[in-house]
Design a protein around this ligand. Sequence first.
Ligand code: PLP
Length: 463
Amino acid sequence: MTTTTKTNSGVLSSKIQEQIDQLFSTILSEQQKFNTTKSADSDKVDFFKNKLDSYTKNRGREFFYNYISSGRGHGPFTELLDGSVKYDLINGIGVNLLGHSHPLMIKANLEAATVDTVMCGNLQTYVDANEASIALVNSVKEKSRLKHFWFTGSGGCANDLALKLIWQKKAPKYNLIAFKKAFAGRTVATQDITDKPDFREGMPKLLNVFYAPHFNQKNPDTSLENTLSALNDLWERNPDSFCAMMIELVQGEAGFIFGEKKFYEGIFKWAKEKGIYIWIDEVQTFGRTKELFAFQAFGLDQHVDMVTVAKAAHICGALYTEELNPKPGLIAGTFNGSIASIKMGQKTINYLLNGNFYGENGKIAQLEKKFLEKFQQLQTSVGKDKLSYFGGIGTMISFEVRDGNKKVTTNFAKKLFDNGVIAFTAGQDPARIRFLLPLALTDEHINEIFTIVEKTFNEDSWT
Ligand SMILES: Cc1ncc(COP(=O)(O)O)c(C=O)c1O
């Protein structure tokens, strides 16, 4: 029996491999049966309601959607515990980029079962963590100065880690520049970076964060000038006190606000001249633009000092330069992640980079084009008063319902859910409906999705 391969931990023998292959095929063919939308089974409705009520009671507050997964689903389809099957266009708020029960996911889970623990430790690590780190660092090392990767338990924790590294290097310059409508997570530090006061009601303000306007999609020509003027203003009021500029190149929770290469280059040049580090939050954008990272898609490789990832990467953490490598003692932690998620992280990176997903003619560019074309047709059909905006980049597409009123937008999202498409809301003033598309979508799926969206627009119950 071989116990460990160079790149995979766990027990392995020809018998185990044969059984893994058999299980893999059986699980995949069972999951592939979930390949079309379907309404709830009448005999499961009460059971589902009971489960939902008990979970709601337990956690003390209602869910946004009446959703509990049955653990069954394939590609863009997810089955709920009531037997209904819906299009999942939010995929775990960005995690399941490859779609449900993707072969790599099944493999990662089966391979993980051969390992002697569930979680990969930081003190006691496994070759899988090394392999995933190598895949991530290799994907950026050619053009950027990023050299190291450190695992964390979530996207918010990755941002906390990034802040600590930057603070240590820049002490005592602790002030941070962020952008209006930013979202950075729910930790004690990141709730202070997130530009949403109602997300930190009753919380003490622990960080000094100063906000500049992000790119203004309505006034692209004056955007850079406006933001630079705001930055100069911040500098004049708090001279030489900033450690970093933290930015999402595509602001996810704001409903996909993004700029142009020239805008980013302009603000990064300003920061660099003042000795301020550039920290990009790629927690939501990783894998979802025309390159593996959004900073690569915008051609900003030379500028980045710190990049945080999570969600679709299946591993969470920060990539940073040699200069930002911290002193011993600052960073540690029990877990790197589960063995299955770490294996999935490595597989995802290799799969995305070796498949035809990126570049001007890749699958992601095609999905972006198709969705924007379909929204253009839909706007002609339902009218601009109902569908007032649509836009997006890569697999991050959003639209506005009427004037972007938060309540109407929430009602629309819930109606869409009832009709068979799971999306989510984002932003406020205006609020938007947000899709985080899975790569498993075909033209046939897209046509059906737009039939459902159009039907929802034509119903009045959400208004
Ligand atoms: C841009 C961004 N940063 C950070 C986070 C926090 O990640 P997590 O929820 O994994 O802590 C999110 C989550 O939505 C995010 O979108």
